[in-house]
Design a protein around this ligand. Structure first.
Ligand SMILES: Cc1cc2nc3c(=O)[nH]c(=O)nc-3n(C[C@H](O)[C@H](O)[C@H](O)COP(=O)(O)OP(=O)(O)OC[C@H]3O[C@@H](n4cnc5c(N)ncnc54)[C@H](O)[C@@H]3O)c2cc1C
Length: 287
């Protein structure tokens, strides 16, 4: 289908975009921000949304790219999935994100779709939010009044809903560096390139054969991404062996509220979470 008609703006700076968003929303316009368009364009074509105005972020260079700032890695919201898979800083300091991004869709989608767009879209089946949450990211949101930093665990409110307001932009994501950590993303789907029935993101630091730190995030086990905190706690101080990891992974579904749908019921998802957590942690721990 063809989208309903809309006005189109393509600002070239973040300040220009924010001023535009403020002016349009204050005048009562229904406005949508366009990132890579890989989710939004489908929504427009299906006429599930018909905004009066689109504000395209693709001409704003300051929203793209990855840089180091002291102990932090800073990722621009408009950095594409493809860049995330290849960027040397991401691979060195946040390998988990690169591995999860490799499983997003196909090369065409990865070249257009963006890291920030996937976070704001907040699809519970997306591969991007769970590793971002697991790594304890901070989201930087800009509005006409300035910038605010929101922890990843407070960012996702519900299915397709985040704390980003209609006149705000996600501008960048900040992460501590996980240099030297092992990482793995396990995704279970029926067809290659499709969405995760369940996804498990694991980052592990092993010291002398013992698990010193572990972070595990789950996709599609609730309406928002969740940390598998019971698994993380059970792994601490354990030997990085198959038996110890299997034992800890059995707690993967604790505290989750997985959906039942045409792909899988909730019980099957709980089972998948345990199996995929075991596999992800084993790989991340190099066991
Ligand atoms: C065929 C296909 C298969 C796919 N498979 C997968 C998959 O396997 N795994 C997966 O994780 N994803 C998958 N996706 C989704 C893909 O990852 C999208 O790129 C992503 O969901 C949205 O990113 P985007 O940059 O394209 O955002 P858009 O589609 O442009 O926008 C999505 C939403 O975010 C808002 N938005 C975007 N950027 C910003 C910003 N900086 N600040 C504020 N709001 C913003 C928009 O207003 C919109 O509401 C698939 C998409 C397609 C088309």
């Amino acid at each position: 289908m063809i989208p309903a008609p809309f006005d189109y703006h393509a600002p070239t700076t973040v300040d220009e975009a924010l001023a535009l968003l403020r002016r349009l929303t204050e005048s009562g316009k229904d406005v949508k921000v366009l990132g890579g368009g890989q989710s939004l364009l489908a929504v427009l074509r299906l006429r599930m949304a018909a905004p009066e105005v689109l504000v395209d972020l693709n001409k704003i260079p300051e929203l793209r790219g990855v840089r180091e700032e002291g102990d932090e890695l800073v990722i621009g919201a408009m950095t594409t999935h493809d860049t995330m898979t290849r960027d040397p800083l991401v691979r060195r300091h946040a390998l988990l994100l690169a591995l999860a991004e490799e499983t997003v869709a196909d090369p065409q989608v990865r070249h257009r779709g963006t890291f920030g767009g996937a976070l704001v879209h907040a699809d519970p089946a997306s591969d991007v939010p769970a590793p971002t949450l697991a790594l304890g990211a901070t989201m930087v949101i800009a509005g006409a009044e300035g910038r605010r930093a929101v922890a990843a665990e407070d960012f996702f409110e519900d299915l397709f809903t985040t704390v980003v307001g209609e006149d705000e932009l996600l501008v960048e994501v900040r992460l501590p560096k996980y240099t030297g950590w092992g990482a793995a993303y396990e995704k279970f789907n029926r067809v290659s390139h499709s969405w995760a029935m369940v996804g498990v993101a694991a980052a592990v630091r092993v010291e002398g054969g013992t698990i010193a730190e572990a972070r595990v995030g789950l996709a599609n086990m609730a309406s928002v991404p969740v940390r598998a905190r019971a698994v993380e706690a059970a792994l601490l101080g354990q030997p990085a062996t198959a038996d110890a990891i299997r034992q800890a992974a059995s707690a993967a579904a604790e505290g989750t509220t997985p959906p039942s749908d045409a792909n899988a019921d909730a019980d099957y998802r709980r089972h998948l979470a345990q199996v995929l957590t075991r596999r992800a942690v084993l790989t991340a721990a190099g066991s």
